[in-house]
Ligand binder design. Sequence first.
Ligand code: 2NL
Length: 361
Amino acid sequence: MSDDSTGSDDTTGSDDTGSTGNGDTGGDDHTAEIGRIEDAARVRIAAATTLDELRAVESAVVGRRSPLAELRQRLGSLEPDERRTVGRVLNAAMQALAAAANERRAVLEAAERTEQLLAERMDLTEVLPGRPAGHLHLVTQAIQELEDVFVGMGFTVAEGPEVETDWNNFGALNFPPGHPARDMYDTLYVSYGEPGSTLLRTHTSPVQVRVMTGSPPPYYAVMPGRVFRSDTADATHMPVFHQIEGLVVDHDITFADLAGTIDAFTKAYFGGDFASRLRPSYFPFTEPSAELDIRRPDGTWLELGGCGMVHPNVLRNCDLDPDEWQGFAFGFGIDRLAMSRHGVDDLRDLFTNDIRFLTQF
Ligand code: 2NL
């Protein structure tokens, strides 16, 4: 409390008014006193270095038991004129001090926040000792490497939705309704529209249908992506896996262009000591069709996928005239490719996301 100072000043003030009867003189005294108190308070506010300190100072200089508040309580004993004058000065001083405290608080809050941010800062780009840096998943790496090779050969990359129509996934690709070839695909249907009309794409071929119906030929495009089949997971099957398909449609495209493209890809992606071979096969959307294998340097063969000349019905379904345009298509599994490349023997390891597995690649 400030009884010592205000008490004596108050006494002086009372004496002044009492002795002279002149309210102005007492008002001047009080005004000067308020000025002194305000100046001292400003110094204390400016000297506060923490928010806690500022809170204490604020309570001491403008709080209910502050010298100015106590002075206000004694206003009642002054002459009405003097009371008005001193009251105005007093209120102005209180307001000015409250404003000064608010300004100081803003400065201290900003400083404390900066300090906190600096203290809690984490450099997420830093590789901590003993911890691995993050990297792309094995399958993503394979997709990007495949895209690089095909882009280098003049292909573009096309993408499409994972939820497809029955027409884009089967109908346009020369699978008539009820055709037994549909049974080769354990299709997952989506409850949307007519039953059986909407599905999770079983291959990336619907993207090729979208390419062929989206703009006029020629097309030189590859379509990587996620595909779905109702399969129980084991070492060689997953209900979700990845494919890349390629499509070429132009004038005068022959089976020799297909074989040459596959062999050029094999050597560019795997290396000059790998070779490719085509074996007769069947797909509804190609005629003739072939299985596609690659020979590793140790002489062993890896079944990669399939390919063939685009079936005339598929071209017609996409409003292309088979007498004017010919093409070939191919498709293979990306997961199997990544597994063979890195010596992974269980497909499930690619999708379990066990950090001990993933950090090896
Ligand atoms: C495989 C075999 C293949 C195609 C995919 C295709 C697409 C259209 C027209 C003609 Cl729109 N063909 N794609 C052709 C032959 C084989 O994939 O084993 N994939 C994993």
